[in-house]
Design a protein around this ligand. Structure first.
Ligand code: 13P
Length: 252
């Protein structure tokens, strides 16, 4: 039985003071929530260390939103896996569609990042998803298949327990347009079958596949009720403790 995992991707929001207050509010609300769901917050880099300190005694886990695949060197503006580990991160979001489209990340780079994260004992939240154009051209499965095959290339079965896959249809991100539970479930089943083909039935049965894209308190329950939707990667609605906690509760 897979446990639900709710992660909040703060994107480029919240300065240090604002982060402190949001993390405190989430931590407080979590005192009343049973251990049936795993919760991850992914604030910006500048709030990670403070976040880690605040979350020391809490079940809420910490993730970053990106990292470079090299260990160190002349990569102005970049952050390495060991830097993330050193401030207390357990997770890292990789391959987010905003990284793919705005910052030109391709499957090969994302594959390198996934491998570096895993070898550094960081757990990747590996994002995949199609654009509206691709969906309308009936290319959703082809696009997701390529992202997953190339993203996971060379990653051994033994590492798969440390990876979360997040299906985020690009057309549903920040648009208020959510995939219907049936639309999301269909792609989640496709992903789970693909993982079975690439690895094994047990990897496929155990891997967490989150849905992301305009998840809100008023649609989270029906999405999370689908048999193959194991959690949510939440953007806008995770920036307020109330709405994030409502989504967490709907997973319980
Ligand atoms: P929204 O929930 O704001 O649509 O963002 C989803 C997302 O991109 C999470 O990574």
């Amino acid at each position: 039985m897979r446990k639900k995992v709710i992660a909040g991707n703060w994107k480029m929001n919240k300065n240090l003071g604002e982060s402190l207050s949001l993390i405190k509010d989430i931590k407080l609300a979590m005192l009343n929530i049973s251990g049936k769901v795993d919760v991850i917050v992914c604030p910006p880099f500048t709030s990670l260390e403070t976040g880690a300190n605040l979350l020391k005694e809490s079940p809420v886990k910490l993730g970053a939103q990106n990292m470079h695949f090299e260990d160190s060197g002349a990569f102005t503006g970049e952050i390495s896996a060991s830097m993330l580990k050193s401030v207390g991160c357990e997770y890292v979001i990789l391959g987010h569609s905003e990284r793919r489209t705005i910052f030109n990340e391709n499957d090969e780079m994302i594959n390198k990042k996934l491998k570096k994260a895993l070898s550094s004992a960081l757990k990747p939240i590996f994002c995949v998803g199609e654009t509206l154009e691709e969906r309308e051209a009936n290319r959703t499965e082809k696009v997701i298949e390529k992202q997953i095959i190339e993203g996971l290339a060379g990653i051994p079965e033994s590492e798969m327990k440390n990876i979360i896959i997040a299906y985020e249809p690009v057309w549903a991100i920040g648009t208020g347009k959510t995939a219907t539970p049936a639309q999301a479930e269909e792609v989640h089943v496709f992903i789970r079958n693909l993982v079975k083909r690439l690895y094994s039935p047990s990897v496929s049965d155990n891997i967490i596949i989150q849905y992301g894209g305009s998840v809100k308190p008023d649609n989270s329950k029906e999405l999370l009720n689908m048999p193959n939707i194991d959690g949510a990667l939440v953007g806008g609605a995770c920036l307020k403790a109330d709405s994030f906690v409502e989504i967490i509760k709907s997973a319980c």
